[in-house]
Design a protein around this ligand. Structure first.
Ligand code: ATP
Ligand code: MG
Length: 419
């Protein structure tokens, strides 16, 4: 039989990799919690309609990256390519549109049919937040500050640059669209086929093209900043002011458009030079029409998503595997006593492992090999004397004898560095 492999673009998370992954998720969850974001878990697949129109019919995700399938009942379902649409759907489905603001944190797998490469997978994982309700530049800045806080807590904020832009409101974008059509219209023949298609449907999307010839033309394209309405201009100024007041460093990048269509006003990306072409580790923005598209009232929101794999790659060292206290016994008849001690330690919150073989010497070798901080030894003599040997394996300290009731206290002291 051929040895089976995980599907292309997916991977198993084991050992160091899983611990990095979990550190990112746990840190993000804890920091987001400080901002009042509460975790929601929405389904990994949704009706295709949740994504198809809302993410934009000309976006990369919808045109070529979605895992869409008919289930056995004939319904069209899609594995979620991102988290925001599902959260907005859930806000409406659960009748929460009158209970605002809602502050949502989520973490979990996302699916996109992409060409796998470093930092780009078909199943990847994101942490993200959505702040639903306020139409206020402070809310946008607050979400950005939360993202920055998570990067700081992970110890990677130094090597990451925050870039912000505004995509304007409807009025600004209508004006900008005209300017883009006029500009790109002059180069129709030179644009990639995809961009030519986008020129009619959604010229803004051309700015997101990765095609080299398109990029050259895009370099001189008009900028949204020159087409902003007063409101959009003021809103952006507000975001900038709040970020400065909160001491979140940023630079302006008028070229940020984001890959999904639902954004308006604020758009931002946290970028590093350390991951090659896949340098965007966290990204998001403000949106206005998404909740309405799910059948709810007009409720604005702002959020970000970060790729856990990309963040995990930036972590200096993976957190160490927990080294358990080892419980050993000298002969078969002591196995149950030894297991009872093991459970006593676990009940007291101490990471503990029961060594299955009745062999003290071999057990100690094994305990040293995995860097166990301590070993508990049950030999027949000790049990007769109602005493248990606790050996400090880090300091190689003298063996101590204790009554079972005292073992927990002693091991705790020893692990805390005393003893
Ligand atoms: P990119 O420009 O790299 O394709 P994107 O604009 O498609 O990113 P978003 O949809 O904004 O990305 O997703 C937010 C974050 O999720 C990205 O910044 C990145 O960290 C991560 N991400 C997106 N797609 C993938 C993927 N295929 N594999 C791993 N991480 C991803
Ligand atoms: Mg993408």
């Amino acid at each position: 039989m051929p040895r089976l492999q995980p599907p292309r673009g997916t991977h198993d998370l084991i050992g160091d990799e899983q611990r990095r992954h979990r550190l990112v998720t746990d840190t993000a969850r804890a920091i987001a919690g400080r901002y009042g974001f509460e975790e929601w878990a929405t389904p990994i697949f949704e009706d295709t309609a949740v994504f198809a129109r809302t993410l934009g019919e000309t976006s990369d995700v919808v045109t070529k990256e979605m895992y869409t399938f008919a289930d056995r009942g004939g319904d069209s379902l899609t594995l979620r390519p991102e988290g925001t649409a599902g959260v907005c759907r859930a806000l409406v489905s659960n009748g929460l549109t009158q209970t605002l603001p809602q502050r949502v944190f989520y973490a979990g797998p996302m699916f996109r049919y992409e060409r796998p490469q470093k930092g780009r997978f078909r199943q990847f994982h994101q942490i993200g937040v959505e702040l639903l309700g306020p139409h206020n530049p402070v809310a946008d800045a607050e979400v950005i500050a939360c993202g920055h806080h998570i990067l700081r807590a992970l110890g990677i904020a130094e090597g990451v640059r925050l870039e912000i832009n505004t995509l304007g409101d409807d009025e600004s974008r209508a004006r900008y669209r005209e300017a883009l059509v006029a500009y790109f219209g002059k180069f129709v023949g030179d644009l990639s086929a995809e961009s030519q298609m986008r020129l009619e449907k959604n010229p803004l999307r051309i700015l997101d093209s990765k095609d080299a010839k398109d990029r050259a033309i895009i370099a001189d394209a008009p900028r949204i900043g020159d087409h902003l309405s007063d409101f959009a201009h003021q809103f952006h100024e507000g975001v900038r002011r709040t970020l400065a007041a909160a001491r979140v460093p940023f630079v302006e990048n008028p070229r940020i458009v984001r890959g999904l269509d639902y954004y308006s006003l604020t758009a931002f990306e946290f970028i590093t030079e350390r991951l090659g072409a896949q340098g965007t580790v966290m990204a998001g923005g403000h949106y206005e029409a998404l909740v309405k598209e799910m059948g709810g009232p007009e409720i604005p929101g702002v959020g970000f998503a970060a790729g856990i794999e990309r963040l995990a790659m930036l972590l200096a060292a993976p957190p160490p595997a927990p080294a358990p206290v080892f419980v050993l016994h000298a002969e078969d008849s002591l196995a149950d006593d030894a297991f009872a001690v093991t459970q006593t330690l676990r009940n007291a919150g101490i990471v503990t492992e029961f060594y299955y073989y009745p062999a003290l010497k071999r057990g100690l070798e094994r305990a040293n090999k995995i860097a166990a901080p301590a070993a508990i030894l049950l030999g027949s003599d000790e049990v007769e004397k109602n005493a248990i040997v606790v050996r400090d394996l880090r300091r190689r300290e003298q063996t101590s004898h204790f009554a079972p009731a005292d073992v927990v206290m002693h091991v705790k002291k020893l692990l805390a560095g005393g003893a």
